[in-house]
Design a protein around this ligand. Structure first.
Ligand code: MN
Length: 272
């Protein structure tokens, strides 16, 4: 490869491949990565307390300086969406948490921008709650959601967090296509017998050096394979809310207090 020279004849430094806003390589943790919350505020607060966070005036912080990392899908289907938004927004503002965007957050943002989106898949609950809040609050939520990035690279590149995961060759790239992958994962374009999109499991072929932690695909237990952790344990469907402590790689869960939303049949078939 031919290296380019600048106008003084010096070789140009190759630009860092990692987009700046995704680059948290200097953040070494420790942190607690939390899967899809979907408006399950009771379980979220219980989980944060179990992890040692303390609520001071509506903001959970950790006395040892640990930070929470939310994997997105904060809202929809569950009973207390605004309370979850308030708590996570306060933590992010206080630098007690990071948050990446999920497909439900993206759709909620588009609704708040006045776009024509269908109030389905639980967004109808969130929208109803938000319509009881002030316009200022809705504007604050819109601003918060529009600032969420697709994924973060943390701890010298040893940890990557994304809502639906991310393949190794996409890590560091910040394009609309990569954002789509992080939001929805890889889909085949076909639908299953229940009408849900069939997802390819990128994690099966993952051989990357970075540990990837993600949510999006609910299941009764976390799924660990090839240095990837899926920690969406279907809380809103009556499962549990799970955190992965990093670097300890310990899983911590709290059970759902009830079934808030009927699971899709494919999930119901594997739930205990
Ligand atoms: Mn989800």
């Amino acid at each position: 490869m031919v290296q380019k020279k600048d106008r003084y004849g010096n070789y140009k430094k190759r630009a860092s491949r990692i987009s700046l806003r995704l680059d948290k390589r200097s953040e070494h943790g420790p942190c607690d990565i939390i899967g899809d919350v979907h408006g399950c505020a009771d379980e979220l607060f219980e989980l944060l307390e179990k992890l040692g966070y303390v609520n001071e005036k509506g903001c959970y912080t950790h006395p040892q300086g640990r930070r929470a990392v939310f994997l997105g899908d904060l809202c929809d289907r569950g009973p207390r969406n605004v309370d979850v938004l308030r708590a996570v927004m306060a933590m992010v503002e206080a630098k007690a948490a990071l948050c990446v965007v999920g497909n439900h957050d993206d759709k909620l943002m588009r609704w708040l921008m006045g776009r024509n989106v269908q109030l389905t898949h639980g967004l109808e609950n969130t929208a109803a709650e938000l319509l009881r809040e002030s316009g200022d609050f809705r504007e604050k939520v819109r601003g918060f959601l529009s600032g969420l990035v697709s994924y973060y690279i943390l701890d010298d590149g040893k940890l990557v967090v994304a809502h639906a995961g991310i393949k190794e060759n996409l890590q560091g790239i910040d394009t609309v296509w990569v954002r789509k992958f992080c939001l929805y994962g890889e889909v085949t374009g076909e639908v299953d017998q229940y009408g849900f999109p069939i997802r390819k499991d990128w994690a099966n072929e993952y051989r990357g050096r970075a540990t990837v932690v993600y949510g999006h695909t609910p299941g009764p237990e976390p799924v660990i394979k090839n240095n990837t952790y899926c920690i969406d344990t279907a809380c809103v469907f009556g499962g549990k809310l799970t955190a992965l402590r990093y670097p300890e790689l310990e899983l911590v869960s709290v059970p759902a207090r009830r079934v808030y939303s009927e699971p899709p049949q494919s999930l119901a078939a594997i739930m205990p």
